[in-house]
Design a protein around this ligand. Structure first.
Ligand SMILES: NC(=O)c1ccc[n+]([C@@H]2O[C@H](COP(=O)([O-])OP(=O)(O)OC[C@H]3O[C@@H](n4cnc5c(N)ncnc54)[C@H](OP(=O)(O)O)[C@@H]3O)[C@@H](O)[C@H]2O)c1
Length: 328
């Protein structure tokens, strides 16, 4: 597994990481044994970056990660968590000293550690980026040794550009995949200039880019691909990247024709992300050991050719762009 430098932190992480939302909740039933096996399989395959959040299963994801760390012993991977979504309502006022300190203490306890590697504000409201005092509170948590670094998980590119004006922000997490290509336009260059790490989330467009779904695929009631398909509970961009399901299915057939050799479409989609040097780590979610292993293996695929890259851009421009490009 190749590694990439995580921005200015001086640490290197595997270019394929592990997204730990699905082992928390919101993706249908995932039992503890499968979740634990998935984490072990990813780490065995060389993954050294895990992304979680305090709200994934209300702490379950963080606690399962801590359990696996204890089982394995030795050096811990880079574990990034997030804070802010425990608020009943997303308002800047909720990001008070008291709340921030409370969320961090809870994550420290759940992850069974004395210092969090990285805390990301979890898609805060746009207004928050215009409140430097929130970032000063994070600076203080850093000075106190509770967190090693902090970053932001954003919905919109303009939020990312604003967040990077704060010198303490070491990373931006953003949706980036074959169906979300706008970050290429100017965000990547801005992040590169400031040496800010880029975490590419939802890399498989919630599994759509694995090529396994059909028009009649049924999702469990507790799976956001069922309950949030139209943004009923959180930003619709987090579900299938905000691409209408039928539009996505049709574009996937065009992508399928480009997948060469023995690669799976999921691995091909992840390898596309790694073609961009500004990306530090892609964090596919996995619900089983087999998925975690397959995703880690994507890093070993050869580079995609220029004609294939151009064809994937054309698919995006023609089929997907009108649905997502100006929205995030
Ligand atoms: N606001 C935020 O900050 C935010 C929001 C979203 C995600 N994230 C982070 O980003 C991570 C990744 O995003 P995501 O989990 O939403 O979406 P994703 O990585 O695009 O898709 C994950 C889903 O795709 C399917 N899958 C995974 N590997 C596969 C493989 N090799 N072959 C076939 N299917 C496969 C699995 O679902 P099935 O098997 O059920 O189809 C899996 O749950 C999350 O885990 C989380 O850490 C953060």
């Amino acid at each position: 597994m190749r590694t990439r430098q995580f921005g200015r932190t001086g640490r290197a992480v595997s270019e394929i990481g592990f997204g730990a939302w699905a082992i928390g909740a919101s993706w249908g039933q995932v039992d503890d044994a499968d979740a634990i096996a998935a984490l072990h399989a990813g780490l065995d395959a060389g993954v050294s970056f895990i992304d979680t959040a305090d709200v994934y299963g209300d702490g379950r994801s963080e606690q399962l990660i801590a359990r696996v760390m204890k089982e394995r012993g030795g050096e811990r991977p880079f574990i990034a968590t997030k804070a802010g979504r425990r608020l009943p309502k997303q308002e800047t006022a909720g990001y008070s000293v008291e709340n921030l300190n409370g969320w961090i203490e809870r994550s420290l306890k759940n992850l069974e550690t004395e210092t969090l590697d990285l805390v990301q504000l979890h898609c805060p409201p746009t207004d928050l980026y215009y409140h430097p005092e929130v970032f000063e509170r994070l600076d203080r948590l850093k000075q106190e040794g509770k967190i090693r670094d902090y970053g932001v998980s954003v919905e919109r590119i303009e939020e990312a550009l604003k967040a990077m004006e704060y010198p303490g922000v070491v990373s931006i997490q953003i949706i980036f995949n074959i169906f979300r290509q706008r970050p290429i336009d100017s965000f990547f260059e801005a992040a590169r200039k400031k040496n800010v790490a880029v975490i590419a989330r939802v890399p498989l467009a919630s599994g759509l880019l694995s090529g396994k779904f059909r028009a009649d695929t049924a999702f469990e009631a507790s799976d956001h691909r069922q309950f949030n398909r139209h943004g009923e509970f959180f930003d619709v961009g987090e579900t299938f990247s905000g691409v209408p399901y039928e539009v996505g299915l049709a574009a996937v057939e065009r992508v399928r024709a480009l997948v060469g050799g023995n690669a799976t479409m999921a691995a091909f989609a992840l390898r596309w992300i790694l073609m961009f040097e500004a990306v530090t780590v892609a964090i596919p979610g996995a619900r089983s050991a087999a998925q975690a292993r397959a995703n880690a293996d994507a890093a070993a695929l050869p580079a995609l050719s220029q004609p294939v890259m151009a064809a994937l851009k054309a698919i995006y421009d023609e089929d997907i762009k009108p649905h997502v490009h100006q929205r995030w």
